[in-house]
Design a protein around this ligand. Structure first.
Ligand code: NAG
Ligand code: NAG
Ligand code: NAG
Length: 394
């Protein structure tokens, strides 16, 4: 069963956290979205590259929660004129949507992006084509060209409430990327560039990161217990990195980390970390560095992460931190007799090169955890309509 979110709380004993999560009071569930793929089939794409665009779309479908009542996908191609392929309510499973995408045939012609966007806005997005009222509309435009009027049409679509993502591909687009950015502006980070059709594979994860979360956590506090109750002991390490590797800290949903709350027993910098399980090792996905000053010591520090620095989390991610100087965050002993959620596997190590760079891999699995310690740290999540990975690598 998925862990669900609930309203932010100042303090809840672990036993409540355990049961409330699984009851899912509010803020938990699949995100609804009506997404129209608007795929370039102009002559410059070519018969060899056209399927690469389709494969790219299918990769993105894998990160969405496709369903009649969840995310719906429709498809339109365009060259001189837009061509209808399938309606938003035509396919209700991920497999069927992907098959339908793979079956889209290639026509060739010119590149009229404006016409394509206008068609989706004015003609395609109707209830007859499965567009739901009250559900956000999106266009994912994939193109290897630019065309006049595209920005005007894009801005009109945005003004009508549609969110647009644009993926520009290749050397013909490269010098004119601003024309494609103008389609999505001011949300410039909804524009992506692939240097060629093969590069679509590389940028797919970045594009996936702005798609609507499959399941979102809601407002949720991730901790073993309130930080103020875990202040008895402080480690004596310098440059130590920690990983919270117990089920009590499991992230089973998708959100952004809006705040870090911890008890501060010493001054210095503490860098909060998000790690993604990549099987053999964990990849460092994001970090927030927080400076603890003398006036913060001996209290709970509640750091609200600025919106542009929030780290997106997905199911399976792990939280941790690194102190460049001596340990800052204290702990208290606990045991599973007293509390079945008492963390039994807090990892810690002194990385040779200091704080690892974003995107680097670390084999946490090679370490063994420390038992019976609850650290004075708590993370807060909030819903994100789409995941922002502004603080990630690259
Ligand atoms: C810390 O901030 C969060 C919001 O990020 C809030 O919900 C929580 O109550 C705050 N905790 C304390 C102890 O003030
Ligand atoms: C951490 O700070 C708290 C409150 O000032 C204090 O009770 C506790 O002894 C400190 N722990 C250590 C190990 O310094
Ligand atoms: C568990 O912790 C409680 C409270 O601190 C203590 O009374 C008990 O002896 C501990 N049990 C074990 C098995 O360590």
């Amino acid at each position: 069963m998925r862990k669900c979110g609930f309203s932010t709380i100042d303090f809840l004993p672990w036993i409540l956290i355990g049961s409330l999560c699984f009851r899912g009071i509010q803020g938990c569930g699949p995100v609804k979205a009506d997404i129209v793929l608007l795929i370039d089939e102009s002559g410059s794409v070519g018969r060899r590259n056209f399927p690469k665009q389709l494969d790219f779309c299918n990769t993105l479908i894998d990160s969405l929660n496709i369903g009649a009542d969840d995310v719906r996908i429709g498809a339109v191609t365009f060259s001189d004129d837009p061509v209808f392929h399938f309606a938003l309510d035509a396919h209700t499973t991920s497999t069927d949507v992907k098959t339908a995408i793979s079956n889209i045939d290639y026509k060739r012609g010119g590149t009229d992006i404006a016409k394509g966007i206008d068609y989706v806005k004015d003609t395609f997005l109707t209830s007859a084509n499965g567009d739901r009222s009250g559900v956000a509309d999106y266009i994912l435009l994939v193109t290897d060209g630019t065309s006049s009027g595209a920005a005007t049409s894009g801005q009109a679509a945005i003004a009508s409430g549609i969110t647009i993502w644009v993926v520009g591909i290749g050397y013909e687009v490269e010098p004119y990327q601003q024309e494609l950015i103008d389609i999505v502006t001011p949300q410039d980070d909804f524009y992506f560039f692939a240097s060629d059709f093969d590069d679509l594979t590389n940028i797919a994860p970045q594009v996936a990161a702005v798609l609507p979360c499959p399941y979102f956590c809601g407002e949720w506090a991730i901790s073993y217990a309130s930080p103020v109750t875990l202040t008895q002991f402080l480690g004596t390490n310098t440059g130590e990195m920690y990983l919270l590797n117990d089920a009590v800290y499991d992230i089973n949903c998708c959100a952004v980390i809006s705040g870090w709350e911890f008890y501060a027993n010493a001054t210095g910098d503490v860098t909060m970390l998000v790690w993604r399980n990549r099987g053999a090792a964990y990849e460092l996905m994001g970090s927030n560095t927080i400076t603890v000053t003398a006036s913060d010591v001996g209290k709970v520090k509640n750091y609200t992460v600025p919106v542009g620095q929030r780290i997106g989390v997905v199911a399976g991610d792990r939280l941790g931190w690194y102190s460049s100087g001596t340990d800052i965050i204290p702990y208290d002993y606990c045991n599973t007799t007293q509390n079945e959620n008492c963390p039994q596997s807090t990892m810690s190590t002194t990385p040779g090169g200091g704080l690892p760079v974003l995107g680097s891999m670390f084999d946490w699995n090679a370490l063994s955890g420390t038992a019976d310690r609850g650290y004075a740290i708590q993370a807060y999540t909030t819903n994100s309509k789409w995941l922002f990975f502004l603080e990630i690598k690259g």
